[in-house]
Design a protein around this ligand. Structure first.
Ligand code: UD1
Ligand code: UDP
Length: 440
């Protein structure tokens, strides 16, 4: 079996690293294709080094550009590599342009697509990420899904539960594996060493780069106004290149950089960044990965967005959406800083993203599909099954898998009276309302 991983940005490198490592350990043939969307050393190369994964076999150097330009160049480059390498499955991760390009190209070449971190939905179609993740899900053969809630999103859109694997999120694998290594190694980045975080109180880690925030001047101004009033904090801001550019264009960079409590530094490598976040009292961010890492590292998070495709962090109690509203940011930040009971509750929120074995579960599922021939994409040879979509209420002790065998059916959705429940094989259906596809 040959597995191709397509990645292009910082979070994809971090979140695919545990899977790349697991594939190597099992001696499976693999190639890594970098789209070149992130190209600065501190947004790309440093992560291959910190996470100890092999350098990419291919880099198609698409660089920065409009969405159409970037995605088009990626598709052209990815197609050439896949035609040459003929992998059995292509893995894409998350919701960047690499995911859209990789999934479209591979599926049209009849190569199976595995979408890692599938099923997330913000329900905000102005976000390029929402378009990318939805489009990738349409093409995929295997879905590696962080939580039951995200799996239910896919069921609600009509995807077959047979291809849905609830694996947790590989960000937990990366966090657990690298935090201890990071602490033993200590801080390497000069800018962070100078700040001496080990002897600092009240650290607030700030990151922001989402187009809907940093490309809108009014939002950036509101966030800076809130930061001005958090003068009891040490605000450490490893700045994303997009944000640096837009702050400079808006003429706001110096104003922010000159605040005594704000330390604007270069983006950090993963090991240094983990030490920073784990030493923080509070994380203020619009990053997807950081919302997940905050709850994994037991640090309260305030998310500078009006919606999130990671609602589990909010319902678990570890994350609060504050948008870019100065008063809401300040009200919640002050509560975390002054109300110990409140902050402890946030810190102790249960991590919904698994135990750190997500990479193992993902590669187990891929090997199983490969052995069963389920990665081969071909037109069906049999005369088409007819099936009807049915609904029933179940009033007997019967599991999902027994029901499916008895009825020659595939269960689609299960309702327990209040909520949708994911139809795991061993779930007892007694008292539930179900929908299913009945094969004739
Ligand atoms: C991309 C992803 C976003 C993800 C983020 C992770 C898409 C649509 N967006 O956003 O989902 O959360 O990565 O960080 O795929 N730049 C540099 N050096 C670099 C890379 C970028 O200077 O190495 C600057 C360029 O000016 C570029 C800008 O950052 O125009 C934005 O980069 P781009 O790749 O378009 O998107 P991100 O904002 O990084
Ligand atoms: N990160 C890092 N150094 C930094 C800022 C972030 O290593 O200076 C890591 C962070 O730990 C997380 C990932 O980058 O795993 C998040 O990437 P980003 O916020 O760029 O993208 P998103 O997750 O929003 O797509």
């Amino acid at each position: 079996m040959k597995i191709a991983t397509i990645l292009g940005t910082r979070p994809e490198i971090i979140k695919m690293a545990p899977i790349i490592d697991e594939i190597s350990k099992r001696g499976i043939d693999q190639i890594i294709l970098h789209t070149g969307q992130h190209y600065d050393k501190e947004m790309s190369d440093n992560f291959f080094h910190d996470l100890e994964i092999p350098a990419p076999d291919y880099n198609i150097h698409v660089g920065s550009g409009t969405h159409g330009n970037q995605t088009g160049l990626m598709m052209k480059g990815i197609e050439e590599v896949l035609l040459d390498e003929k992998p059995d499955i292509v893995l894409v991760q998350g919701d960047t342009n690499a995911v859209l390009a990789g999934a479209l190209v591979a599926s049209k070449l009849h190569i199976a697509v595995g979408h890692v971190e599938a099923g997330l939905r913000s329900f905000d179609m102005t976000m390029p990420e929402e378009i990318n993740r939805r489009a990738a899900d349409v093409t995929a053969t295997m879905y590696f899904i962080p939580t039951e809630q995200s799996a239910i999103n896919l069921l609600a859109e009509g995807f077959s539960r047979k291809n849905l694997f609830i694996t947790g999120n590989t960000v937990v694998d990366a966090c657990f594996r690298h935090l201890e290594i990071a602490k033993k190694r200590g801080i390497e980045e000069e800018s962070l060493a100078e700040l001496d975080i080990d002897n600092m109180d009240n650290i607030l880690t700030l990151t922001m780069h989402r187009a809907e925030n940093v490309d809108v001047k009014e939002r950036v101004v509101n966030i800076i106004e809130a930061l001005k009033e958090l003068d009891q904090m040490n605000i450490i801001f490893p700045i994303h290149p997009r944000t640096k550019n837009t702050l400079k264009n808006f003429g706001l960079f110096d104003e922010l950089n000159n605040l005594d409590q704000v330390h604007v530094i270069k983006p950090l490598g993963y090991l240094d960044f983990l030490q920073l976040t784990s030493a923080s009292t509070l994380i203020l961010t619009d990053s997807g990965g950081l919302q997940e890492e905050a709850i994994t590292l037991n640090v309260p998070a305030l998310t500078l967005r009006y919606n999130t495709e990671r609602p589990e962090t909010v319902t678990a109690g570890g994350n609060i959406l504050v948008g870019s509203d100065k008063d809401v940011i300040l009200e919640n930040a002050k509560k975390i800083l002054t109300d110990e009971e409140f902050s402890e509750k946030m810190k102790n929120a249960e991590n919904p993203y698994g135990m750190g074995d997500s990479a193992k579960l993902t590669v187990d599922a891929i090997e199983d599909y490969y052995e069963k021939g389920l990665l081969n994409i071909s037109a069906p040879e049999d005369i088409m099954d007819s099936f009807t979509r049915k609904m029933a209420s179940v009033e007997q002790d019967i599991t999902v898998s027994d029901f499916e065998t008895d009825e020659n059916a595939l269960i689609h959705m299960v309702f327990d009276g209040n909520n949708m429940v994911f139809p795991k094989d061993e779930l007892n259906l007694n008292g539930m309302m179900i929908t299913y596809d009945k094969r004739e």
